[in-house]
Design a protein around this ligand. Structure first.
Ligand code: A2P
Length: 268
């Protein structure tokens, strides 16, 4: 795949970038993060996704990937699963610094600050690689201009899968400028469902029981002040959205901002 993608990159069709991989971090047998160069003219809003691809066989294949880096960053970051027979990820998981990766020029998505009406507290509910768009948003100063409190929840099956989220928060703390902006507004709430850990359970159960709010020391969901974004599997989105609706929040979109927005975590 690397050689064919490189060859394709020498004669790119309009609408496609070919960028250079800068770093690759493997977290588990099925999770990795990579960064690549950002094309000079490429604009996106924190939380959006782009189509990422490689040439496989004799044609490029693309999959949707949330851009995990914030809009101000010089590099583009992505957080991906590895699927042994995944058409793209079986190849993408083997990329090395210096390799080329394709990206379609138009980013899009609903997990953007503009799709929410103003509020005080922003919840970001994620499972698995669904944390990626929030990795972007929690590093964007605009998030903290708009909200007094930002709560990122991340639920995975196993503890090792949570590491990316903890690395992110550490990165923020190590960045003097960003850390000053974030202050104590950001709360990271990580739970697992299939291993022993101090914080256990599906986010839906933790919302329903009220344990999430008790642990965080915040009042129950209130449509007057609480806003939310959801990113995970289809069923996780459906079940979490149902709980938000029960609490009186309504779903919004880019052209119709409201109290919460959803996006499926993309898979390779
Ligand atoms: P569980 O282990 O109880 O299935 P997956 O890899 O299947 O997408 O799951 C990622 C995480 O999301 C797991 O911790 C899983 O919990 C949880 N999860 C799966 N389905 C739902 C759902 N419908 N509502 C809330 N959490 C879910």
């Amino acid at each position: 795949a690397p050689a064919k993608t490189e060859e394709f990159a020498t004669n790119l069709p309009a609408g496609v970038y070919a960028e250079t991989v800068l770093s690759v971090t493997h977290y588990t047998d099925y999770l990795f993060r990579f960064t690549m160069t950002r094309p000079a003219g490429f604009r996106f809003r924190s939380g959006e996704f782009a189509m990422i691809g490689l040439v496989v066989g004799d044609k490029p294949i693309y999959r949707a990937y949330s851009i995990a880096s914030p809009a101000w960053s010089e590099e583009l970051e992505f957080f991906s699963i590895k699927v042994p027979d995944g058409p793209l990820t079986q190849h993408l998981q083997k990329i090395k610094p210096g390799d080329k990766v394709l990206m379609r020029k138009k980013p899009t998505g609903t997990l953007v600050l503009d799709a929410l009406v103003p509020g005080k507290r922003l919840y970001m509910f994620s499972t698995g690689t669904g944390i990626a768009p929030f990795a972007s948003l929690i590093r964007d100063p605009e998030t903290y201009e708009k909200y007094e409190e930002v709560i990122l929840t991340h639920t995975c099956r196993e503890v090792a899968e949570l590491k990316y989220g903890f690395d992110l928060v550490e990165e923020i703390r190590a960045d003097e400028m960003l850390n000053e902006i974030v202050g104590d507004k950001l709360k990271h709430y990580a739970t697992v469902t299939r291993e022993d850990y101090p914080f256990k359970g599906r986010i839906t159960d933790l919302i329903e029981s009220g344990k999430l709010f008790a642990d965080l020391g915040v009042p129950p969901l209130d449509p007057a002040v609480d806003r939310a974004m959801i990113c995970g599997s289809m069923t996780m989105i459906r079940d979490t959205a149902a709980l938000l609706e029960k609490a009186g929040l309504t779903e919004g979109a880019n052209n119709n901002p409201a109290e919460f927005v959803i996006e499926r975590a993309f898979v390779g």
